[in-house]
Design a protein. Structure first.
Length: 572
RNA sequence: GGACCUGUGGUGCAGCUCGGAGUGCACGCCGGCCUGUCAAGCCGGAGGUCGCGGGUUCAAAUCCCGUCAGGUCCGCCA
């Protein structure tokens, strides 16, 4: 039916007789006997010169047979990849007529999100969306090649899984055969892939759909896609090497340029320097420690466990109301307060007298020296508990300095040595930072009982430009360590058995040391495409309220279906 | 569960602060003209529950309350 793509015709094709199929992107009619029709397919558009009368309207579906030829002198269009050629001598067959589209099929105008999603099939015709879908396909293909090359085999795991009460809220699927019982859709294939390690699969991967019934965000949909991988007899470094290879291959396939090797940073370092576990390395404004410099200060708030600052280049011109709102922002983020200072001409500090009055000239000079402040800069200081001080300044750094997603280099970083527990719950028990099968750092095993919050884990995140792409860990394969971790988490042997019995049971039959990783392909592709929202790289996404505006899902089930499933709906 | 932004012919916007006739711009659509355009051009025309409901007022797109939808964020996401 077709023997050429619209967007691929070039001067070298001149003379070719081609048959093209596509949609009418635009039509320029010059009287009864000449019209220029820009025909669009997946690859782009090409100008077709149509003689004679035709009623060709926007988005009509055509088959055009004609001859590729160089455009007449002076009529080439340098804005179009196909702009040097046109298809002349055309015979046109209308394959389908079309109503005018609900919004223009062009990247020039951004239509309302709700209209785009309702008519997603039209939205996806736009060049940008076609490019995003194609980019995603290249990324997927590159990932598969990289994993296969490294000896991983793809295994599919069940979508109808069993409830696991830990972690994210799960989507429930009622069982028809056993009314009142439910499957759940997997929030990730975590346990399944560990079982595959016990099975001797050794190196598993899957481009897996994961489902979590949590509120949606710009970087979160109910269902999302991960490269899920697990390997036996590996160290943390082996896992990083496998995943780095897949990610760098994917980036190269997407952009044509292979990024440099992925750097590593400890979690403690990331917190100290960037105030977050997902640092955006595209810009500076690192946190500066001033605890020592201000330890003897007369300003009482600075005699705190930690005093840190960020330097905002050129921020000295921010107005008083903006500075006040920064103070409010810092308090809302949990800081006791925020002190701002300007670096004045000559290098001294100026700012609110209530603070500066209590800081000596030597201390002011030390602050300027430590921060590298230049005249015109703004310094923002927070004092308090170490963790809070860092995270508040880390957030302000992002608020004030972060470039838009499509800007700058792609800075990948492995964040390693996460703490095993991320805090204390209401009952005074440590909370697992990753999941309860994460192997503690071998040097910290002795601290499990005495100082659990100080225990590092063999878990790691992959971060790109401030987005968490994914995380992984070396898993516990030894029953004795697992029971100590469960015990630290306050999970009794009985609870462990009822929640994860089938996994623990499997481990009794010979579990290899293993570890793995999973990263979000939606997020990776969005960043590679320069998109701020993962909806732009998903063919049929949901709205923030979880609706599919195209199909109308979710919908009520009819009474008969409900009865078959043994369900009754309680009206609120 | 909460905060904020947005909602005006098919599309994108302006009008809203300071209430006074559905007023305006661009695109699209329909009809006419037009043989080298490419965001074609020129002429004419149609098209509106100002998201929805209530309130204030002589009078509401505009002010107030509620509600719905879309978005951004907090909580949530082991």
């Amino acid at each position: 039916m077709r023997d050429a793509w619209c967007g691929q015709l070039r001067a070298a094709d001149a003379g070719r007789r081609v048959r093209l199929c596509g949609w009418v992107a635009r039509r320029r009619q010059h009287g009864e006997h000449l019209a220029f029709v820009d025909l669009r397919d997946r690859t782009g558009t090409v100008q077709c010169v149509v003689d004679g009368a035709h009623d060709l309207r926007s988005e009509y579906v055509l088959a055009v047979t004609g001859t590729v030829r160089a455009r007449p002198e002076g009529t080439a269009n340098p804005n179009l990849p196909t702009g040097e050629v046109e298809v002349g001598d055309c015979s046109v067959e209308i394959l389908a007529q079309a109503e005018p589209p609900p919004f223009p099929v062009t990247d020039r105008v951004e239509a309302d999100e709700a209209v785009r999603l309702r008519y997603r099939y039209v939205d996806l015709r736009r060049e940008r969306m076609q490019a995003n879908l194609a980019l995603r396909a290249r990324v997927n293909a590159a990932i598969r090649r990289a994993m296969e090359r490294q000896g991983f085999i793809e295994v599919e795991t069940p979508l109808l899984w069993t409830p696991t009460p830990e972690g994210a809220r799960e989507f429930a699927v009622p069982s028809r055969m056993q009314p009142g019982s439910f499957y759940v859709l997997p929030q990730s294939p975590q346990i399944a892939k560990q079982l595959l390690m016990v099975s001797g699969v050794d190196r598993y991967y899957q481009i897996a759909r994961c489902l979590r019934d949590e509120d949606l965000r710009a970087d979160r949909q109910f269902e999302f896609t991960q490269l899920d991988a697990e390997a036996s007899f590996v160290t943390q470094e082996d896992v990083h090497r496998f995943i780095s290879e897949a990610v760098l291959d994917a980036a190269e396939a997407a952009t044509g340029v292979r990024p440099p090797p992925i750097e590593k940073m400890t979690w403690a370092d990331a917190l100290d320097r960037y105030g977050t576990d997902k640092p955006d390395l595209r810009f500076g404004m690192e946190l500066v420690d001033l605890t020592k410099q201000l330890a003897a200060s007369e300003f009482r708030a600075f005699r705190a466990p930690a005093v840190k600052a960020i330097r905002v280049p050129g921020g000295g011109q921010l107005g008083r109301s903006r500075l006040d709102s920064l103070v409010e922002r810092a308090k809302a983020l949990g800081a006791p307060g925020l002190v701002w200072m300007r670096v004045a001409e000559g290098g001294d500090l100026d700012g609110p007298g209530a603070v500066l009055r209590h800081i000596g000239a030597g201390e002011r000079a030390a602050v300027v020296a430590a921060t590298g402040g230049e005249p015109g800069d703004l310094l923002l200081l927070v004092a308090g508990e170490h963790r809070t001080t860092c995270t508040v300044l880390g957030q302000l750094r992002v608020d004030l300095g972060r470039p838009p997603v499509w800007e700058g280099p792609h800075r990948y970083v492995w964040v390693v040595d996460f703490p095993l527990f991320e805090g204390i719950d209401d009952e005074g028990r440590p909370v697992a930072a990753h999941h309860p099968f994460t192997m503690p750092h071998p040097d910290d095993l002795d601290l499990l009982e005495s100082d659990p919050l100080a225990v590092r884990s063999q878990s790691y995140d992959l971060v790109l430009n401030g987005w968490e792409l994914g995380s992984g860990s070396i898993r516990i394969h030894r029953a004795d360590i697992q029971s100590r971790v469960f015990s630290a988490l306050g999970i009794s042997a009985e609870q462990a058995e009822s929640r994860f019995g089938f996994l623990l049971g499997a481990f009794r039959y010979g579990a290899p040391p293993h570890g793995g990783f999973a990263f979000g392909i939606d997020r990776l592709v969005a960043l590679l495409a320069g998109e701020e929202n993962i909806r732009e790289v998903i063919a049929f996404p949901k709205t923030q309220s979880g609706a599919d505006l195209m199909t109308g899902a979710p919908k009520a089930l009819d009474a008969r279906s409900l009865a078959e499933l043994g369900l009754a709906i309680r009206r609120q």
